[in-house]
Design a protein around this ligand. Structure first.
Ligand SMILES: [Mn+2]
Length: 384
C-alpha cells in the first residue's frame, strides 16, 4: 500500500491530477518538447477548430445580417452568399416539424468546414473561389400567424439581399434559404424579383406545388390558400416567374389530371418525373434542365422530399420511389454554369430523422452544392 501511494504521489508531483500523460513514442517529437510534462498553455492553439462555437452552416462565419433593419444600412460585415434560416411550418398539409429544419441542416453540416472542402469530383472548393459566404442565422418569424410570418420573411429577404456585397463586381448578395416548409420559397422569389426580375425555377420535388388555391386550401379561406402546395401558383400570379420553369423528380398523385396538369403548364412548368431518370440517366436530366432554362436567371428550390424516403425520411410529405442522394448531387453539380440567383432547401423536419442523421446530412450536402453553383457563376443584378 505504501509503495502504491508513493507511486501515485510521484505521478502527482509532475503533472496535475487529471492531466492525461502519454508515454513518449519512439521517433516522434512530442509537441511540447522533451519535457512534455511541463505543460505550457501558451503553446495550445484555441483559435480555430470545427465543432466549436455556436453552430453555423458549414462552420461559416456568423453575421447578424438583420441587425439595424434600416434597409440602406451598410454597417454589417459584407458578404456575397448568405445562408438564411426560415423556421416556418404552419403552411403544411401533412406532418409538421420543418420549423426546426434550419438548425437540423446546420447540425448535418457540422463536419463541413470552408478550409477542408475540396470536392473530389469537381476539384473545387466553393468557399475559396472569391465569394464570401456567411450564415445570417434565422429570420425571426411569428409562429402564430402565417400572414404576418410570411411578411416578416419577405422583409428579412429584402434586408439581407440589400446589404453591401463583399465582391465589388457583383452588388447584390444571393441568399440560400434553409426551410421551413415550401411556402417560404414565395418570399424568396418576391425578393429575387426585385433584383433580377422574373426568373425560371428549377423545382426539385415529388409534388407539383402549383396547385390552384381554389383546389388546395383556398376553398376554406383566402388565408388557407397560401400554403406549401400553392406557392408556385401564387408566384406565377404575382408575375415572379418566367414560362421556362421546370419540375424534377415528380411522382406524387394529382387530384385531377386534366385540370392540375393544365394549370401546372399555365404556371410555366415542364415536368421531369422521378422514373424518367431510369431511361435518361442523370446526364439526360441535367441536359433537360439546362435546355429548359437556357439564357435565363434561375432560382433552384430543393424540396428534400425529391429524395426517396430511404435517403430522406425526415420530411413532412414523404413519397416513395424517389431519387438517391447521389443522383441528386450529380444532377446539381452538373448544372454548373447556370446563373443561379437564389436557392433553398426546404421541408426538412428533423424530428423524423434517424440516429444516423440521414436526412440532415443529405440536406447539408445539397446546400453545399448550391453554394458551389453560386460560386461558379457570379451574377450581376439588373441595376449593376
Ligand atoms: Mn414542395
Amino acid at each position: 500500500m505504501a509503495r502504491y501511494l508513493s507511486t501515485v504521489l510521484a505521478a502527482a508531483s509532475v503533472c496535475s491530477a487529471r492531466d492525461i500523460v502519454f508515454p513518449p513514442v519512439s521517433g516522434i517529437q512530442h509537441p511540447l518538447g522533451g519535457d512534455y510534462k511541463a505543460f505550457e498553455y501558451e503553446q495550445e492553439d484555441i483559435s480555430t477548430a470545427i465543432y466549436n462555437g455556436l453552430m453555423t452552416y458549414s462552420n461559416l462565419p456568423y453575421v447578424h445580417c438583420l441587425a439595424n433593419t434600416t434597409i440602406e444600412s451598410s454597417e454589417v460585415e459584407k458578404y456575397d452568399i448568405a445562408i438564411l434560416g426560415a423556421p416556418f411550418d404552419t403552411g403544411v398539409t401533412a406532418r409538421p416539424g420543418a420549423r426546426f429544419g434550419p438548425q437540423g441542416i446546420r447540425q448535418g453540416s457540422r463536419r463541413i468546414s470552408p478550409e477542408f472542402s475540396w470536392n473530389v469530383y469537381t476539384g473545387k472548393n466553393a468557399f475559396t473561389q472569391g465569394l464570401k459566404a456567411v450564415d445570417c442565422g434565422d429570420a425571426p418569424l411569428t409562429v402564430l400567424d402565417n400572414t404576418i410570418a410570411l411578411r416578416q420573411l419577405d422583409k428579412a429577404h429584402r434586408v439581407v439581399s440589400s446589404r453591401k456585397s463583399s465582391n465589388a463586381t457583383y452588388s447584390v448578395p444571393r441568399i440560400i434559404t434553409l426551410g421551413g416548409d415550401h411556402t417560404t420559397t414565395l418570399s424568396a422569389l418576391r425578393s429575387t424579383y426585385d433584383h433580377w426580375g422574373p426568373v425560371s425555377v428549377i423545382h426539385f420535388d415529388s409534388h407539383l406545388d402549383t396547385w390552384d388555391p381554389s383546389v388546395l386550401g383556398g376553398g376554406l379561406s383566402h388565408y388557407a390558400g397560401v400554403n406549401h402546395g400553392t406557392f408556385l401558383h401564387l408566384a406565377h400570379e404575382e408575375g415572379l416567374l418566367l414560362n421556362s420553369s421546370i419540375h424534377a423528380g415528380i411522382r406524387a398523385p394529382v387530384s385531377n389530371p386534366k385540370y392540375d396538369l393544365r394549370n401546372d403548364k399555365a404556371c410555366g412548368f415542364h415536368i421531369i418525373r422521378a422514373r424518367d431518370i431510369d431511361r435518361q440517366g442523370t446526364q439526360g436530366v441535367i441536359e433537360q434542365l439546362q435546355k429548359r432554362t437556357q439564357g435565363t436567371k434561375v432560382y433552384i428550390s430543393v424540396d428534400i422530399d425529391v429524395l426517396d424516403p430511404a435517403y430522406a425520411p425526415a420530411t413532412g410529405t414523404a413519397e416513395v420511389g424517389g431519387w438517391t442522394t447521389r443522383e441528386l448531387l450529380t444532377i446539381l453539380d452538373g448544372l454548373s454554369g447556370i446563373e443561379v440567383i437564389g436557392a433553398d432547401v426546404v421541408e426538412v423536419a428533423p424530428i423524423y430523422d434517424n440516429p444516423g442523421e440521414t436526412t440532415v446530412l443529405a440536406a447539408a450536402e445539397v446546400v453545399h452544392s448550391l453554394v458551389q453553383l453560386m460560386a461558379d457563376m457570379p451574377v450581376k443584378a439588373l441595376h449593376d
